[in-house]
Design a protein around this ligand. Sequence first.
Ligand code: GLN
Length: 484
Amino acid sequence: MMSNTSLIQLSLSQASQALRQGETSSVALTEAVLSQISQADGRLQAFLHVSAEQALAQATSADQARQAGGTHHPLLGIPLAIKDILCLQGMPATAGSRILQGYRPVYDATAVTRLRQAGAVFVGKTNTDEFAMGSSTENSAYQVTRNPHDLERVPGGSSGGSAVAVAAHMAFGALGTDTGGSVRQPASLCGVVGFKPSYGRVSRWGVIAFASSLDQVGPIGRTVDDVALLFSTIAGHDPLDSTTAPNPVPDFTHGVSALPDLTGVRVGVPRQYFIEGIQPEVEAAVRRAIEHMRALGATLVDVDLPHTEYALPTYYIIAPAEASANLARYDGVRFGSRQAETDLWALYEQSRGLGFGAEVKRRIMLGTYTLSAGYYDAYYLKAQQVRTLIKRDFEQAFQQVDVMACPTAPTTAFKLGSKTNDPLQMYLEDIFTLPASLAGVPAISLPCETDSQGLPIGLQLIGSAFGEARLLPIAKTFELTYQN
Ligand code: GLN
């Protein structure tokens, strides 16, 4: 039997193979990650809730199902972590907010249901910026998650807890959500793989809403195969979310087939993504990664995405507008914490006043302002028009190229507290991830090099809408051939 330390080193796909070959059991894998959580999470603070008993019970049933014979889903018995913004029956769901303290959903998110049906084990819920608003996980009302590569630095966000859980071997894979970069950016800062599928691939049912036209559930793992397996399991049409597409989902449950090389693959290098302000080591590493793709046979194409500079302002009109509408439901009456029970008006005011943190209040104010009569046309409508232009930039670029390659984030992990008093600096962390979110196209962050301080750098590969079947084999080919 393998030791705990060697078990937690396995990738999700390797763990699945070890289970299939009878080299380990789900109970052993679950005990190994639970023990890693008890050793490491005191420092890292990735989990808001750990459910050892439930996880071990699920693991025991998974082992029994396997012993009964037959064929099984590759996720049967695999311990996973879930961002605390997805509803998972039997565990609390806080979205990192005080206003949802004590809330326990009575149903699973569709993405969770599909993992549950596959037989996955849920070890716990991971920390997030409040309602997924942030890029460092410092906006959580509960705790500050630390980067395992340097405890004085942020893990990125908002799915920082999920990225750390995977990077520090406290789960074999995790779910996050990505509205403007929240899966890809923390994956980049923590040195793991993060994948945001096309908008409409994964159901948002049971995902606590931030900005509904942008929110997308995405997997985090240690390899392309791992995120692809999770993606194929959770994606697909769901009658409970009318924005899910009927398109068939590529089946990566048994891995992604790498290409022999990149001959014939056209890789776009968007000129607007190599700009002033980007950390020089990040730019150099990403350029070397792109050069590596050329050496593998890819044709590099300079592409123009002329509306890129408007992505940040456009996002910060649309996302807060949708958030202000979505967050109106937290009034102290139906969910979570309630204040001042005697007078209804005071109940609303105080429940919201005490329940929401500063960043959430800022977004609600921005959103209500841009949606108000007189400003709607000038801001919200204009932002929707610019969003269409950004989307067209991508459509045109994908007539010439198969994927685009660029940095995931402009910097490596920054110091805790260094951007908390400067929202604009924090927003700029997502400058390279926002455009793909606005356009609804899939994008993946892959570890490439580390900077002089040993901090991970992420390469972002962006695919065309519903082009996951083209994007992921290219990503895997890069992963297999690239040497740090
Ligand atoms: N950092 C961006 C924001 O604060 C994106 C967050 C996300 O993708 N959830 O809105």
